[in-house]
Design a protein around this ligand. Structure first.
Ligand code: RIB
Ligand code: CA
Length: 313
């Protein structure tokens, strides 16, 4: 089976690992990388996307997208997690390629329209590019095969606020449009990704298996791992963005439920994802009016990590 995907990303250490999977997995047909600000500024995101595919010896179209959120002011990039260059502050080789002459939203629309019913959008950063694509061509809701989002949290709590996950928090207005658009959608949030912890030995095995790309992953893992050690007392890291691809190729490793999602866009809970399970009656219907989607409520963490390592070692 082949999975044609567009990978929408803010690389970012865990994005870089997921991009390596998208570039290497024999069943993934990577049609393009679309970039967004998030872990880094937009120009850095685009540079990293170009670099990672060049290091893997591939020429993948890279289309640059959102430089900031739709409505709220932008928070500074989290340089303490991913490094100022998004890849752990290691020295990086020069990039030779250039971004596409069209922007991310246009690229998404044209690519989806060229292959109706075939393309899966996998988005692992703030959701401005998907929101812009919807605005440009609302009909892509029917033309995509599926949308898989790394973001949100159902019961796990947040990672940037007590209730919000970073990708949704960074642009809750975009997330609200994308999560309620009515396309076939799966949310792979912290309830699943926090079950998955990549050990230092796993990181070494991946780095050793990826040639020039592996050297960059190795350096960036060192920085990312230090953050996890300080923030969560974990010796390892959560491969958030790779989990979206793991769900696409190995959905049986995840526990999911159908329900209605909504996003809190303002106030102290901004960025929180609210999930009303299908068929569950609450005191009023306001949480159950959005289209049905699928949300991950858990994962077999060791099996997901093994899949990642097996793909990249
Ligand atoms: O919360 C995890 C997400 O935020 C991942 O996509 C990671 O890359 C960061 O941006
Ligand atoms: Ca990301």
């Amino acid at each position: 089976m082949s999975y044609p995907i567009i990978f929408d990303t803010d690389p970012g250490v865990d994005d870089a690992q997921a991009i390596a999977i998208a570039l290497r997995h024999p069943e993934i047909e990577l049609l393009g990388l679309t970039t967004t600000y998030g872990n880094v500024d937009i120009n850095v995101a685009t540079r990293n996307a170009l670099l990672l595919s060049e290091l893997a010896g591939r020429r993948i179209p890279v289309a640059q997208g959102a430089a900031g959120p739709l409505v709220k002011p932008r928070h500074p990039a989290p340089a303490h997690i991913h490094g100022a260059n998004g890849l752990g502050n290691i020295d990086l080789p020069e990039v030779h390629g250039r971004a596409e002459p069209i922007g991310a939203a246009q690229f998404i629309v044209e690519t989806v329209r060229a292959r109706p019913g075939e393309v899966t959008l996998v988005a692992v950063g703030p959701l401005g590019n998907l929101a812009a694509a919807l605005q440009l061509d609302p009909g892509i809701v029917e033309a995509v095969k599926r949308v898989v989002i790394m973001g949100g949290s159902i019961k796990e709590g947040g990672n940037v606020s007590p209730v919000a996950e970073a990708n949704i928090f960074n642009d809750p207005h975009a997330a609200s449009r994308v999560l309620t658009a009515g396309w076939p959608l799966t949310l792979v949030g912290l309830d699943a990704t926090h079950r998955c912890v990549l050990s230092p030995a796993d990181m070494d095995a991946i780095a050793a298996g990826q040639g020039e790309l592996g050297a960059v992953l190795k350096g960036s893992y060192a920085f990312y791992r230090e953050f996890y050690q300080q923030a969560l007392s974990i010796d390892g890291c959560c491969p958030h963005d790779s989990c979206a691809l793991a769900w696409l190729l190995r959905p049986e490793l995840f526990t999911t439920a159908r329900g209605h999602l909504s996003v809190v866009t303002e106030g102290d809970a901004a960025g929180q994802t609210l999930f009303a399970p299908e068929g569950r009656a609450f005191i009023d219907e306001r949480w159950s009016r959005t289209p049905l989607v699928e949300a991950c409520l858990g994962a077999d963490g060791p099996a997901v990590v093994q899949w990642i390592v097996d793909t990249l070692k």
